[in-house]
Design a protein around this ligand. Structure first.
Ligand code: FAD
Length: 323
């Protein structure tokens, strides 16, 4: 089989934007869209789980996550992206051309863009995900605005929990930070800042044991090592900030990852530690984690891959551009 010029793994905003750019550059990308993570049975990444995206530029009235992904997909296909409804099960980056395998087929490619995203860690409570879009959130930047003037809680004791609480404190009436221990893991600077904010309250040594409500979340039940009985806290929003796991298992041991498993890219490009392999979106970004930043880095990865392929052709590797 003739090697492809470029294979993209992932169909979130990063992968689909990379596909739009690669397809318009004439690289005929093949994109593996992976599996559905939401109830609607459609792949497309984290945005498929959200009903309202209000901060993606170009949609003055907002757009639902699935609609946004469908538009990106349509745009990628319009320029000739070939989309395969499969999960990639293995990659071999040790030899060129690289090999990309699914359960039933294997493909060769000169270059790869990885855009496999990340997953928010969740509380271990039955049916907790069913509260998503009904008061439960994993992203204050995305959803904080919807809770203006209300009482909310943030779970977690690390830097990201402090960031979420500080961000929310400017929008909501009160933020209660639920911390499992009697101290925080967050950096001193963050803790000091959060502790000076009047509408941030603290529940130490506490754990959420249940979430209650009707159509929308209305309260959480907390157990505490200092109180005998579980207590109820009335909140309309619950923000989970206990970390994210990048979906980088395919390249563990093959690409340089940071201590948390995020793919390391070069400071001013989306190139990874293996020449010809690029990464974009949440799988290489533990900091911004937004649809627009993922799309932006998808564009960068495609431009980097295109330039890399062009240089290879100039360096007399004609097979690279053979397809
Ligand atoms: P993802 O969207 O996670 O996509 C990853 C893709 O990789 C998926 O298609 C998956 O199927 C695929 N994949 C993974 N492994 C494989 C494999 N082995 N083979 C093939 N495919 C694979 N951001 C905003 O800007 N605004 C918002 O309002 C907003 N709301 C959000 C609400 C929720 C509930 C969540 C969870 C996130 C929200 N975000 C929002 C964040 C935003 O969704 C992410 O930052 C963005 O989707 C990341 O894009 P990505 O393409 O990097 O990864």
């Amino acid at each position: 089989m003739t090697p492809r010029r470029i294979i993209i793994v992932g169909s979130g905003p990063a992968g689909l934007t990379a596909a739009i750019y690669a397809a318009r550059a004439g690289l005929a990308p093949l994109l593996f869209e992976g599996e559905a993570i939401a109830n609607n049975d459609l792949p497309g990444g984290q945005l498929m789980t959200t009903t309202e995206v209000d901060n993606y530029p170009g949609f003055p009235l907002g757009v639902s996550g699935p609609e946004l992904v469908a538009s990106l997909r349509q745009q990628a296909e319009r320029f000739g992206t070939e989309i395969v409804s499969r999960r990639v099960t293995a990659l071999d980056l040790s030899r060129r051309p690289f090999t990309v395998a699914t359960v039933d087929q294997s493909y060769e490619t000169a270059s790869i863009i990885l855009s496999t995203g990340a997953k928010a860690r969740m509380l271990d409570l039955p049916d907790i995900w069913s509260w998503l879009n009904r008061g439960l959130s994993t992203c204050a930047t995305c959803d904080g605005f919807f809770f203006k003037g209300q009482d909310v809680a943030v779970v977690g004791g690390g830097d990201s929990s402090m960031e979420e609480a500080i961000y929310l404190s400017r929008l909501v009436r009160s933020v209660t930070v639920i911390v499992r221990r009697d101290q925080l893991r967050a950096s001193n600077a963050m803790v000091e800042r959060a502790k000076t904010i009047a509408n941030i309250k603290w529940r130490w040594n506490s754990q959420i044991v249940a979430v209650d409500g009707g159509d929308r979340l209305a309260s959480i039940m907390l157990t505490s090592t200092t109180k005998a009985r579980a207590v109820s806290l009335a909140v309309s929003g619950l923000f989970i900030a206990i970390g994210h796991d990048p979906c980088s298992e395919l390249v563990r041991g093959q690409l340089k990852l940071d201590a948390k498993g995020y793919i390391v890219t070069e400071p001013s490009s989306r190139a990874t530690s293996v020449s010809g392999v690029f990464a974009c979106g949440d799988v290489q970004d533990s900091h911004y984690r937004q649809a627009i930043t993922s799309a932006g880095s998808g564009c960068e990865a495609a431009l980097d891959a295109q330039r890399w392929l062009e240089q290879r052709v100039l360096q007399s590797e004609p097979t690279v551009m053979s397809r």
